[in-house]
Design a protein around this ligand. Sequence first.
Ligand code: CAA
Length: 240
Amino acid sequence: MSRVALVTGGTRGIGEAISVALKDAGYTVVANYAGNDEAAKKFTQETGIATYKFDVSDYDACQSTVAQIENDFGPVEVLINNAGITRDGTMHRMNFEQWNAVIQTNLTSCFNMCHAVLNGMREREFGRIVNIGSVNGQAGQYGQVNYAAAKSGIHGFTKALAQEGAAKGITVNAIAPGYIATDMVRAVPENVLEKIIQRIPVGRLGEAHEIARGVLFLVSDDAGFVTGSTMSINGGQHMY
Ligand code: CAA
């Protein structure tokens, strides 16, 4: 039986590439999404991957939907916490809603989702968790105190949970993507994005499948000795 992999924010952008790569590698993939029904429908038509709509910032929704997914497909052995949003703006103009939405969706979601799968992974003594951080959580970014704080939090969360999971066969790692050609990055004003690309030594945006390659390695059975690490995939923009 193939392992069940759950990808949050798994129908678009980096998450879509991760879902497809895991499916191609033989996993039974389930993708979560929050709001874009049309994109999710198209995604399922094209990939055959089942989707579940729920808000990863809602603790109760995460517990009940993961229980449903496990009932439908079997235990979740691989969890990819990828769902994330931006609400960019300089601090003096940022309101509490912009702060809170990003912290809840990008960081609290990791607690909510890990809590839903952790006891099962501990009982089975196997688990693979990959949290998608960001170069902007490592280096900071003008206009992103909320996003940088949440992503930086993911990196600390990963290292702490890795220590707790190690004795139970559960690895917990992070990937810190740089600027990847997705809708999120394309929403950055063109003049700002041009300047950012000038600072990427490889000289281009990354591709979503380049992040998915890293995920495939970290979730593999062979990667049992890799835990608490952060894999930076950023074209050399920040070496950490
Ligand atoms: N460092 C220093 N100064 C900067 C700066 C920077 N990085 N970026 C902008 N400024 C300056 C500008 O030059 C400008 O100065 P002047 O007024 O003297 O000309 C001033 O700050 C205001 O800049 P904007 O006109 O851009 O201000 P704004 O209020 O219209 O927009 C902003 C502010 C929303 C933060 C906008 O700059 C922006 O969208 N920046 C991009 C933020 C970004 O990189 N987001 C990443 C999204 S993708 C992602 O997050 C995925 C991932 O993990 C990588």
